[in-house]
Design a protein around this ligand. Sequence first.
Ligand code: ADP
Ligand code: TPW
Ligand code: MG
Length: 579
Amino acid sequence: MSATAETFDHQTKPEAEQGELTDGFHLVIDALKLNGIENIYHVPGIPVTDLGRMMQAEGMRVISFRHESNAGNAAAIAGYLTKKPGVCLTVSAPGFLNGLVSLAHATTNCWPMILISGSSEREIVDLQQGDYEEMDQLAIAKPLCKAAYRILHAEDIGVGVARAIRAAVSGRPGGVYLDLPASLLGQAVDAIEGEKSLVKVVDPAPEQRPAVHAIERALHYLKRAERPLIILGKGAAYAQCDDLVRRFVETSGIPYLAMSMAKGLLPDDHPQYAGAARSLVLKGSDCVMLVGARLNWLLSHGKGKQWGEPHSKKFIHIDIDPKEMDSNQPIDAPLVGDIESCLADLLAGMEGWKKPSEDWLGAIRDKVETNVAKMAPRLQNNNVPMDFHGALGRLKRIMADHPDAILVNEGANTLDFARSVIDMAKPRKRLDVGTWGVMGIGMGTAIAAAVETGHPVVAVEGDSAFGFSGMEVETICRYDLPVCVVVFNNSGIYRGTDTDPTGRDPGTTVFVRDSKYDLMMQAFGGEGVTAHSPDDLERAVREAIASGKPTLVNAIIDPEAGTESGRIGNLNPQSVVKK
Ligand code: ADP
Ligand code: TPW
Ligand code: MG
């Protein structure tokens, strides 16, 4: 295990002197820094305004947002990218509530995040005497996160922060809530005692080795499979054992699918990548190995037409959480452990491995080739108004030329088409709406991606999706981040063509036609460009990446081009009432 995995990298601080005092504010800062947490995603206000200021003064990077939802989404994705908890700092009641969607989002996606909120005085809250922003925040947060803690005494800050960190990153990662009452922050403590009370978390996410017999059982099924398939999920990307994943997949010779955010774990042009033959491999496989991917709705729960005959497959499942096993399908070979240990142990048992039959591999290769060839001309169109494929064909080329750039993606059609069209060449470069399909992750995600990695970010946003976090373009300009937002402006949710049958109001899914989103970025000093054609779009995005300047490209898409709910229209309930 590497030294950085033992504890997170951290900064040291000069030792306190006899008689010196410290307080809650500084102990929170020292506890976070001691554990290598340097970036804070924040919205200021009572009682945490000074905490944010002091964090900045102490050398932490504090990114102040316009809405807590976006700060929280930034923290959530920071956790995913770094394997350290992303921290969001908010004010009490309303700020706390605004941060909760992202806390639940982080938990749902198994990403480590800590939501730290200031809160009102316990004595007044518990007697419901009407304090400023009174709310029992701890009770409200509990069902939405992995763990929730409140610190009442400054001497407990070290332990409280340590518990929050460990809870967020160990086992299945998730969101943690940390409640800091206003009165805690001003509490004075002897500085030497305070320093001693801090806890540097040792081995925050301990390795979890799978049992030997569990490895043997998995190999047993894998060896007997005639048409095996590997499905890589974002848990595998999170695990950051990229070389090992690649070695395992290549040694096995087994075709694989990558779930949305696992794209790029191996490059999407890898000869074993079966993304363009998804239907064929899901249906035709006789043994499916899930690596950090859940059999949830995104995989139709492992059943239904898509998966072929019921009971026609064996399932092998690697996950750190034992409760995940059998959640949707009986798992023949559960492999409970961390992905790195599981794959290392599997590889060790694969000497003299026989790759899958040419029948299976050849059928997949043919399907991939046919489907890729079918798609190619659609991606080369230069139609005006643009359709999704014409626009995405250009973005595909641009991303291929910039493999280190990060793609943020949300929307419905904009999300579904971009996912299948734009290849990813490297791990953790595709950041999107995750397990819940949350609209509004866009700007927070883009900001954290730029802050945490320093790489250029291209955020491909449906016009509706963008609207949920659009005000953060000011934040992007204020911090001068290398973010290029491309708004796929089809004047609506899914399409821009709905009407109100009564003729009174606009249809429920449409927006102002040809809105000038580019002016939003210009309003704060960034670049704003309108693109009517794929040529315009390509030029503008290439310039944005080259300059590193905050840019918004308003890409005008044909309002008729999209379909209801993108690729998941089947999930809409149908009314039985005929008009
Ligand atoms: P996707 O949406 O890409 O299919 P999911 O979010 O459904 O992925 O699944 C991710 C899974 O990965 C979760 O069940 C989580 O418990 C698991 N996981 C996360 N980190 C690790 C790890 N280091 N080792 C093993 N499993 C992990
Ligand atoms: C927090 C419901 C799913 S997709 C979508 C909404 C509102 C927007 C689709 O329109 P967009 O994309 O972005 O313009 P496009 O290309 O199809 O036109 N609230 C939340 N999350 C979700 N998922 C929704 C609402 C939804
Ligand atoms: Mg739209």
